[in-house]
Design a protein around this ligand. Structure first.
Ligand code: C2E
Ligand code: SIN
Ligand code: SIN
Ligand code: SIN
Ligand code: FE
Ligand code: FE
Length: 366
């Protein structure tokens, strides 16, 4: 038992990602008390929901904070042991009905932060021993497990909160840049999603792909400094106007370049380089091939794919076939040829995102 505890708490202490801590704690709990399933629920007081991660690569699960036995424990602070869930009125059978799983024995304990406030609950289902029921000892063990990993959990929750806040601010700022030029709200969202697909296809880690996804909505933030007479001009820009427009890259870069934050550094690079071209004919510096940062090359593909498929004050939206033709022509010219290949390999995902986040009707008038 001590081996299990020390083995897991060492790993948990080294883990920064909240999701991974939740999964490790659940694994630790399951091993300690021999449960078939174990879930760690966290209370989100703002939305009054309980949330968890049940497996890697499965998205977060949320339930109302007052639902079922977990909700009962959150509300009362009491642990519960149930021998047969289906004979307890507090048990919510909906989850079983949806999954085909048969819940029998259940154990739920509250977990508290360092100030003693309830911050969530451990829920164990189906004891795997022959007796098949949880015992009071199991409550002690789980409480111990929660106690030993509590500090790491709290630190990760705080870090998570700060990162979420950063993400939201960056996303909103990106939207500000875009709405100035009448591009509707979903443009930055789609560019973020496309960038992540390209990053993953390129072989970057999930974490780095998320970094690019978070930073890419800022690519056009420099447009906030471009006058309306240019930004909202219905027709083609004159060469002078286009020279002015090109400055949105360096303006965006200068806004963010001094930040020490990883996300903003990535965003600064993307703002500067998203109009560079593989063959060296882009701006602001005419960099070519590998001289262009990968993040800039990725955002270039995502941004142009989205710009072509969208209506602008100065152009109509293009049909998909015409867009694909441009990407075939510009492979190794405007765009990194490897990224164009990844784009075509993942075309179904691009199309799905394009359809999911559709702008309605005419672009937003500000
Ligand atoms: P944007 O509208 O977001 O377009 C981003 C990029 O998508 C463009 O970068 C270009 O590479 C590609 N793109 C967009 N529309 C077309 C198109 O109809 N044909 C082709 N071949 N490519 C297209 P680019 O050209 O460096 O322009 C940067 C920004 O400058 C544009 O961002 C837009 O805000 C502005 N802009 C460019 N051309 C015009 C124009 O003729 N009139 C106005 N009002 N704005 C323009
Ligand atoms: C849940 O997993 O949704 C909670 C199960 C319960 O009702 O205790
Ligand atoms: C958000 O909506 O706050 C996150 C934006 C994103 O990364 O998609
Ligand atoms: C343009 O015609 O504005 C740009 C052409 C291209 O994106 O290749
Ligand atoms: Fe741009
Ligand atoms: Fe853009």
């Amino acid at each position: 038992m001590l081996k299990v505890i020390f083995g897991y708490t060492a790993r948990i202490a080294n883990e920064r990602k909240l999701d991974n801590i939740l999964l490790l704690m659940a694994d630790m709990g399951r091993e300690m008390i021999q449960a078939d399933r174990c879930t760690l629920w966290l209370l989100d007081r703002e939305s009054n929901e309980l949330r968890t991660r049940v497996a890697h690569n499965v998205s977060e699960m949320r339930i109302p904070a007052n639902s079922g036995l977990v909700g009962h424990t959150i509300l009362t602070g009491q642990s519960v042991i149930i021998e047969d869930a289906y004979r307890d009125a507090r048990f919510n059978q909906e989850v079983d009905k949806a999954t085909g799983y048969r819940t029998k024995s259940i154990l739920v304990i509250p977990i508290r932060d360092s100030e003693g406030e309830i911050m969530g609950a451990f829920q164990a289902i189906n004891k795997t021993t022959p007796e098949a029921v949880f015992e009071p000892r199991d409550i002690e063990f789980l409480t111990l497990a929660a106690y030993y990993s509590g500090k790491s959990l709290e630190a990760a929750m705080l870090a998570n909160e700060i990162e979420e806040t950063q993400r939201e601010i960056i996303f909103v700022m990106g939207e500000v840049g875009e709405t100035r030029s009448k591009e509707t709200g979903y443009h930055v969202k789609r560019v973020a999603e496309y960038s992540k697909i390209l990053a993953l296809g390129y072989g970057l880690s999930e974490e780095e792909a998320d970094l690019i996804k978070t930073a890419s909505p800022m690519h056009d933030i420099g447009k906030v400094a471009i006058p309306d007479s240019i930004l909202k001009k219905p027709g083609r820009l004159t060469p002078e106007e286009f020279e002015h427009m090109k400055q949105h890259t360096t303006i965006g870069y200068n806004l963010m370049k001094n930040s020490k934050r990883r996300i903003l550094k990535a965003a600064a690079t993307i703002a500067l380089q998203h109009h560079e071209r593989w063959n060296g004919t882009g701006y602001p510096y005419g960099l070519k091939e590998g001289e262009i940062h990968l993040y800039g090359r990725i955002t270039a593909v995502a941004d142009v794919f989205d710009a072509l498929g969208s209506e602008r004050v100065y152009k109509k939206a293009w049909e998909l076939d015409r867009i694909l033709e441009l990407f075939r022509e510009e492979r190794g010219q405007h765009f990194d040829p490897d990224l164009v290949d990844i784009f075509f390999e993942n075309l179904d995902k691009f199309v799905e995102i394009k359809e999911t986040y559709q702008d309605e009707g005419v672009p937003l008038e500000l």
